[in-house]
Design a protein around this ligand. Structure first.
Ligand code: O7M
Length: 276
């Protein structure tokens, strides 16, 4: 498993003692003291972020426990994280999070969207169960996002905030507010945002707002989005469900996507280098 190592943990607020390995980035929070002020966001700086090596996150939207474990066993060597949501957790219970966390980095996609206290309670349960990250919605507002960020911080976990979604219905309401939601996610100290691979031009626009925050893009494959277009537009990683877990050979499908992501990352880098 390549994810979960983290790259940077920087905070203005006291951080509880890290329970990870001695050289886990959680133990490096004191480096914040030596960072120039320009690196701080208005509320708190980014949480330690998932290391996005392969750039692939599996969306494990299956409801059968043994199928879930089988898919993860095949795909885990290729992915940075496994995203679990309501289909799997409602079917198997939160115990499945801890079970998967033994072999991979688990992000809970609960699309948390409530008042701050309820958001916090949901985040507590997700991290207690073994998640390393949690996904919340932006639209309930600043205090609701901050409640999740503060809880995640206690666990050295990531918070990803949904901006514009990948399905057509996102154009009804979300698209018109996506820039504002992305800005809010950044202000609140989230690790990153979710932006649609089905609309790479929107990934590009949102990249312009969130700067170095992570952008993770769902909608590749079954929803018609392209992995390379999303990465070229500025995504750090893609989220893929059906094209992996419904594949005859999930490991091979994952390897192919990872190679596509790597190719697009190189192309993006070359384009950036050429522009300099
Ligand atoms: O590849 P799929 O289409 O089978 O699955 C995509 C996964 O990404 C699935 O778990 C969706 O819930 C999720 N997703 C979207 O498809 N679109 C979005 O805009 C946002 C998400 C998501 O993961 O939000 C956190």
């Amino acid at each position: 498993m390549q994810g979960c190592e983290g790259t940077a943990l920087i905070s203005r607020l006291p951080v509880p003692p890290c329970t990870h390995a001695p050289f886990h980035p959680c133990t490096l929070s004191s480096t914040a003291l030596f960072l120039p002020k320009k690196h701080f966001y208005p509320y708190i700086m980014t949480l330690f972020t998932m290391k996005l090596s392969s750039g692939l996150v599996l969306a494990l939207d299956v409801t059968d426990r043994s199928r879930a474990l089988d898919v993860v066993a095949k795909v885990a060597p290729h992915v940075d994280a496994v995203k679990v949501g309501y289909p799997l957790v409602l079917s198997c219970g939160t115990g499945i999070i801890g079970e998967l966390a033994k072999s991979t980095c688990v992000v809970c996609d609960f699309k948390v969207a409530d008042i701050p206290n309820t958001n916090r309670l949901i985040a507590v349960e997700a991290f207690k169960a073994g998640a390393k990250g949690i996904i919340c919605h932006a639209f309930p507002g600043r205090d609701s996002i901050i409640a999740v960020v503060e809880e995640a911080k206690k666990h050295g976990g990531d918070v990803l905030v949904v901006t514009e979604m990948s399905h057509p219905g996102a154009l009804d309401f979300m698209a018109g507010k996506a820039e504002q939601m992305a800005r809010l996610a950044k202000d609140c100290g989230a690790s990153g945002i979710i932006a649609p691979a089905t609309r790479p031009e929107r990934v590009k626009a949102l990249r312009g707002i969130v700067g170095e925050l992570q952008i993770i893009s769902p909608g590749v494959g079954a929803q018609g989005g392209s992995a390379s277009q999303a990465i070229l537009a500025g995504a750090d990683a893609i989220i893929v469900g059906r094209s992996l877990y419904e594949s005859q050979d999930p490991a091979e499908a994952a390897a192919r996507l990872v190679s596509e992501v790597a190719g697009a990352r190189n192309a993006r880098k070359e384009k950036g280098d050429a522009a300099q």
